[in-house]
Write a protein that binds this ligand. Structure first.
Ligand code: ZN
Ligand code: FE
Length: 263
């Protein structure tokens, strides 16, 4: 069954105004049977978004509209496609309590959700590591090099897997090798095979799934999926369930590179 489990929406402040209907119509036309809309959840109120426009998560004031609009399209299209209402929730090291409170409040309204690491903590500061190549390289320097940044990333993903975020904790781990996003912007070859396998094993052991995310294939400094397709056989071997996610922020990116999961 064709599923796209990671889709952004007009509620994304760094995305596009493309409408729910546009995404849904395209999906139906392409034979998809199920979509999960997973907007970036609003960030914890006491967390200061380190990105220049502070636009990593959706606005708190729009959360109620988000759910009501989704409930409506879910109903409107129920005969043609299954729409799952969800969010991509950030795991931010140190903000577990606020994240749990958010999940306890809004989790009951969600059918599906993703837990992702975009922010890394170092020297009591947070950096959005997938924001830009310059931020990524600068951050690497500040933690002692690319390899140290990778290590910190996988440690943080591990914490996200193990964190107690209450009964509504998302059980799908978003783009588990996002740290590769700017891997071609420097000339170090980082050997992280063991870290990737450890991460995937831990996700499987927790009974979770992964977001097999194709967005990196379109990123000029990445050119691979998260995780890389080479891990497909390992994923199958350890019986880790995966769900394709295009991570589209515009309709034109919806289902981008879907063929990676059909090969
Ligand atoms: Zn986004
Ligand atoms: Fe993400």
């Amino acid at each position: 069954m064709k599923v796209d489990g990671h889709i952004h929406t007009p509620y994304c402040p760094h995305g596009s105004a493309d409408t729910f209907e546009q995404y849904i119509e395209k999906a139906i036309k392409n034979g998809f049977k199920q979509l999960s809309f997973t907007e970036h959840a609003p960030l914890p109120k006491s967390f200061s978004d380190p990105t220049p426009m502070q636009d990593s998560g959706m606005k708190w004031s729009l959360v109620d509209n988000y759910f009501s609009e989704l409930l409506k399209v879910k109903k409107d299209y129920a005969n043609d496609i299954t729409i799952l209402i969800g969010m991509e929730v950030d795991y931010i090291d140190g903000y577990e309590d606020e994240t749990t409170t958010f999940l306890n409040d809004y989790g009951p309204l969600m059918d599906d959700s993703i837990l992702s690491v975009h922010f890394l903590k170092a020297h009591e500061q947070y950096t959005c590591i997938d924001y830009s190549k310059d931020v990524y390289l600068q951050f690497a320097k500040s933690v002692g090099g690319i390899k140290h940044m990778y290590k910190l990333y996988y440690e943080t993903v591990m914490k996200s897997i193990q964190a107690n975020l209450g009964p509504y904790k998302p059980t799908r781990i978003g783009h588990p090798t996002l740290i590769h996003k700017f891997q071609l912007a420097h000339d170090e070859k980082i050997q992280d095979d063991e870290w990737i396998k450890q991460t995937l094993r831990a996700i499987q052991q927790a009974g979770y799934t992964i977001d097999f995310n194709s967005a990196g294939l379109s990123k000029p400094f990445c050119l691979e999926t998260y995780p890389p397709v080479e891990y497909m056989s390992f994923i199958n071997e350890i019986k880790l369930p995966y769900i394709f996610g295009s991570d589209a922020h515009v309709v034109s990116d919806l289902h981008q590179h879907y063929d990676i999961v059909t090969k």
